[in-house]
Design a protein around this ligand. Structure first.
Ligand code: FAD
Ligand code: NAG
Ligand code: NAG
Ligand code: NAG
Ligand code: NAG
Ligand code: NAG
Ligand code: NAG
Ligand code: NAG
Ligand code: NAG
Ligand code: NAG
Ligand code: NAG
Length: 584
C-alpha cells in the first residue's frame, strides 16, 4: 500500500483527475480513452482493463507457442465453489494432506509455495465459502519448450503491456515467481542434462549442462551415475539453474566447492528484448557475471546453465539432538554458544553444517563432510560433545561414512516442508563468531524467545573454489561463517493480521538484533526478509550499481520484475509485490 501511494504522488504532475483514475485496489479501471492511455503508460494492463487482450488475441499467442499456453486453474479450486469447480471433499482433503510437500506445488503452472503471496485465495484450509479467484496467481503460463516460446511470450507481454514473470519450481520465499495480472514463462519442463569435458583458461575439468527445469535430485542422480558430484540445494526439489544458482546457492558441498554461482561456466539466455544468446567468460561476460549470483528473474530468461562438476568423493556425515528440558536455559544456550565457537574448524575442513533450534530443542541436521573420513569428523565434534558432558546435557548423535555424496545426501537430509513459515535472514561474519560470540548467542536467544525459529547454515565459501571465479555473489558471503535463517510459523487458520504481525516482528524486532552485531552487513537474497530495509546493499553489497547497469542493458524496458530484484524499484507494486504494478 505504501508503495502504491508513492506511485500516486509521483504522478501528481499529470493532474489530479488522472490520478483518481489510476486502477487501484479499491477503485475501478479507467473508462475513457484518454484515461486508458494514461493507465497504459504508467501501469501494467490488468484483466478487466480495456487494454487486456481479447480471447482471440490469447488464442493467437497459444497458436504461436504450439498450443502450450495454459490458463490458470488454481490448484485448490476444488476446496471452494468457484468458476472452475464445485467443492469436492475428497480432492480438497487430499490437497490439505499434501500441501506442505513441494511436489504438490511445483507440478502446477501457477501455485505458490510461500502462503503470504497467495493472499488467501483458493486456500485449501479456509472454508468452502472463502474466496477463490486468480488474484495473485499468474493468469496464464507458457509451458516453455524452446527459446522461441520465450521470445513469443516476451513479445506478447511487451505489445500488450502485461506483467511477465519467470517461473521454475515456485519455491521462492519472497513471491518472486508470481504476481497478479501476469503472464508466466514456465520452465519446469526443460529437463535436459548432459555431461562433458570443459577446458578454457579459467577452468579445466568435468562440466554438466542443465536445462532450466532440472531439479536438485535429478542432477545429483545424473552426476552420481557418472562418478561426479554437483552443487545443488539441500532441498532436492529446488531448481538448480533458476533462482537458486542465480541467487548464489548454498549446499552441503559449499565449504568444499564454493557456492552454486561459483560453479557456472555458461548460461543460455533470452534477454528482455527477446534475443537468444550465450553468456560466458568470452562473450556477454557482463551478463554471465550478473546471472552468477546477482539474483533470479530480472536480467533474462535462462534456458540452460553449464556448471563445473567434481569427481565424487566418499562423504561422512553426522546429526545430533539436544532438548532444553534436560537442563537450564542458561546451560542450554551455553551449549549452543560453544557449538558456534567450534564452527570455524568444522567448516575449514570442507564440511557444511545445518542446525535448527528454538528455546526447547537443538538439532544438527546434518553436518556433511565430503572427502573427510568419519574419524576426523568425530574429532571436529569431540570438543562439543565434551562440553555437553560437562554441562550434564544428554544428547543423541549419529555418525556415518558413505561411499558417495549422493548416498550421504539421501540418508541424511529429510524432506523439507513448505508453506509453513515466513522468513528472514542475515549472514554472520566469522569475526563476529570469533570475537563476539556471547553477544551473538544472546541475540539468538532473544529471537527464540520472541517466537523465532533459527536455522543455521555453517559454511566457508572463501576458499576451495576450483578455477578462478568472476561473479556477482554478495561479497558478504566470503566472510560469513553462518548464514542465519529465522522463521516464524505460518498458520492457515490464524487471522491474517497475526501473520502480518509476525512480519513486523521479523523486520522491526528480530533482524535488527542481528544487524546491530553486523553493521554494514549482508543477507542471502533468496532466504531473507522481503521487507529488508536497505535491501540493495544488504542483498547485493557493493555490486548493486554494476548489476543495475547489466539489467538496463539486457532488459531496457524493465519487462522482468521480481520483489527486491535488481531494478525492481523501477516499479511500485501494491500489496508487497503481488498486486498492481505501476511505474515508480
Ligand atoms: C524447501 C526449500 C529449500 C531450500 N533450500 C535451499 C538451499 O539448500 N540452498 C539455497 O541456496 N537455497 C535454498 N532455498 C531457496 C531457493 O534458492 C530459492 O527459493 C530459489 O528462488 C528457488 O529457485 P527456483 O528457480 O527453484 O524457484 P522459483 O520460485 O521458480 O524462481 C525463483 C526466482 O528465480 C527466477 N527464475 C527461476 N527460473 C529462472 C530462469 N530460468 N531464468 C531466470 N530467472 C529464473 C524467478 O523469476 C524468481 O525470481 C530453498 C527454498 C525452499 C522453499
Ligand atoms: C491452447 O491450445 C491447446 C491445444 O489446442 C489447448 O488444449 C489449450 O487449452 C489452449 N490454451 C488456452 C489458454 O486456451
Ligand atoms: C470431509 O470428509 C471428512 C471425512 O472424510 C469429514 O470428516 C469432513 O467433515 C468432511 N468435510 C466436509 C466439509 O464435508
Ligand atoms: C507441459 O509440457 C510438457 C511437455 O513439455 C507436458 O508433458 C506437460 O503435460 C505440459 N503441462 C501442461 C500443464 O500443459
Ligand atoms: C554435572 O553433574 C555432576 C555430577 O552430578 C556435578 O558434579 C556437576 O556439578 C554438574 N555440572 C553442571 C554444570 O551442572
Ligand atoms: C540421524 O540420521 C539417521 C540416519 O539417517 C536417522 O536414522 C536419525 O533419525 C537421524 N537423527 C536425527 C536426530 O536427525
Ligand atoms: C520460549 O519461546 C517462546 C516463544 O516461542 C516464549 O513464549 C517462551 O516464553 C520462551 N521460553 C522461555 C523460557 O523464555
Ligand atoms: C576459510 O578457510 C580459509 C582456509 O582455512 C581461511 O583462511 C579463511 O579465513 C576461512 N574463511 C571463512 C570466512 O571462514
Ligand atoms: C559485541 O556486540 C556488542 C553488542 O552489539 C557491541 O556493543 C560490542 O562492541 C561488540 N564487541 C565486539 C568485540 O565487536
Ligand atoms: C560498507 O561496506 C562496503 C564494502 O562492502 C565499504 O565500501 C564501506 O566502506 C563500508 N561502510 C562502513 C561504514 O563500514
Ligand atoms: C488480496 O486479497 C484481498 C481480499 O482478501 C483483496 O482485497 C486484495 O485485492 C488481494 N490482493 C491482490 C494483490 O490480489
Amino acid at each position: 500500500m505504501v508503495s502504491f501511494i508513492a506511485a500516486g504522488l509521483l504522478l501528481t504532475a499529470l493532474s489530479v483527475a488522472s490520478i483518481e483514475n489510476i486502477p487501484s485496489k479499491h477503485g475501478k479501471a479507467p473508462s475513457s480513452a484518454q484515461d486508458r492511455s494514461l493507465a497504459a503508460a504508467s501501469c501494467k494492463c490488468y484483466p478487466g482493463d480495456a487494454c487486456w487482450p481479447t480471447a482471440t488475441e490469447w488464442s493467437s499467442l497459444n497458436t504461436t507457442v504450439g498450443g502450450r499456453l495454459v490458463a490458470t486453474v488454481p490448484l485448490a479450486a476444488a476446496c471452494h465453489d468457484d468458476q472452475w469447480a464445485r467443492y469436492d471433499n475428497t480432492t480438497c482433503t487430499a490437497l490439505q494432506n499434501s500441501w506442505v510437500d513441494p511436489e504438490t506445488h511445483y507440478l502446477s503452472s501457477s501455485s505458490v509455495m510461500a502462503p503470504f503471496f497467495a493472499n488467501q485465495s483458493c486456500d485449501p484450509f479456509l472454508p468452502e465459502s472463502a474466496q477463490c479467484v486468480i488474484g495473485t496467481y499468474i493468469q496464464y503460463a507458457i509451458n516453455v519448450t524452446s527459446a522461441d516460446d520465450v521470445s513469443a511470450g516476451i513479445q506478447f507481454a511487451t505489445k500488450y503491456n502485461i506483467r511477465l514473470v519467470v517461473r521454475n519450481t515456485g519455491h521462492d520465499y519472497n513471491g518472486k515467481s508470481t504476481g497478479s495480472g501476469t503472464l508466466g514463462l514456465w520452465l519446469h519442463h526443460l529437463k535436459g542434462i548432459s555431461i562433458s569435458d570443459w577446458s578454457d583458461s579459467h577452468y579445466t575439468g568435468k562440466a554438466i549442462k542443465l536445462g532450466a527445469g532440472v531439479q536438485g535430485s535429478e542432477a545429483y542422480e545424473a552426476a552420481d551415475a557418472a562418478g561426479l558430484q554437483v552443487v545443488g540445494g539441500e532441498c532436492p526439489t529446488v531448481g538448480i539453474a533458476g533462482g537458486y544458482t542465480q541467487g548464489g546457492g548454498h549446499s552441503a558441498l559449499a565449504s568444499k566447492h564454493g557456492l552454486a554461482a561459483d560453479q557456472t561456466l555458461e548460461w543460455e539466455v533470452v534477454t528482455g528484448t527477446g534475443k537468444h544468446l550465450v553468456a560466458n567468460r568470452q562473450s556477454n561476460t557482463d551478463l554471465y557475471w550478473a546471472l552468477s549470483g546477482g539474483g533470479g528473474g530480472t536480467y533474462g530468461v535462462v534456458l540452460s546453465m553449464t556448471s563445473k562438476a567434481h569427481l565424487d568423493t566418499a562423504t561422512s556425515a553426522m546429526n545430533m539432538t539436544i532438548f532444553a528440558s534436560d537442563t537450564t536455559q542458561d546451560a542450554y544456550y551455553e551449549a549452543i554458544e560453544y557449538f558456534h565457537s567450534t564452527l570455524p574448524a568444522i567448516v575449514d575442513s570442507g564440511a557444511m553444517a545445518v542446525w535448527i533450534f528454538t528455546n526447547t530443542s537443538f538439532l544438527i541436521s546434518p553436518i556433511t563432510a565430503p572427502d573427510v573420513p568419519v574419524a576426523d569428523l568425530k574429532t571436529y565434534l569431540a570438543p562439543f560433545e565434551t562440553k555437553l558432558n560437562e554441562l550434564n546435557i544428554t544428547f543423541t548423535s549419529y555418525y556415518a561414512q558413505f561411499d558417495s555424496y549422493l548416498n550421504s545426501f539421501n540418508a541424511m537430509f529429510s524432506p523439507i516442508e513448505v508453506s509453513i513459515a515466513q522468513y528472514g535472514g542475515r549472514l554472520i561474519p566469522r569475526s563476529v563468531v570469533e570475537n563476539n560470540n556471547t553477544a551473538l548467542t544472546q541475540a539468538y536467544r532473544d529471537i527464540n524467545n520472541l517466537g523465532g525459529q533459527f536455522i543455521g547454515v555453517g559454511v566457508n565459501v572463501s576458499k576451495a573454489v576450483v578455477g578462478d571465479v568472476y561473479n556477482a555473489v554478495n561479497p558478504g558471503w566470503r566472510d560469513a561463517v553462518i548464514h542465519t535463517v529465522i522463521t516464524t510459523p505460518w498458520s492457515f487458520e490464524a487471522p491474517w493480521s497475526e501473520m502480518l504481525a509476525n512480519q513486523r516482528l521479523m523486520t522491526n524486532e528480530m533482524l535488527p538484533k542481528l544487524a546491530a552485531l553486523t553493521p554494514n552487513g549482508s543477507a542471502y537474497l533468496n532466504e531473507a526478509d522481503f521487507r529488508q530495509p536497505d535491501w540493495k546493499s544488504v542483498f547485493y553489497g557493493t555490486n548493486y550499481d554494476d548489476l543495475l547497469a547489466v539489467k538496463n542493458k539486457y532488459d531496457p524496458n524493465h519487462l522482468f520484475y521480481a520483489v527486491t530484484a535488481v531494478g525492481s524499484d523501477h516499479w511500485t507494486v501494491e500489496d508487497d509485490g503481488t498486486g498492481k504494478m505501476c511505474l515508480a
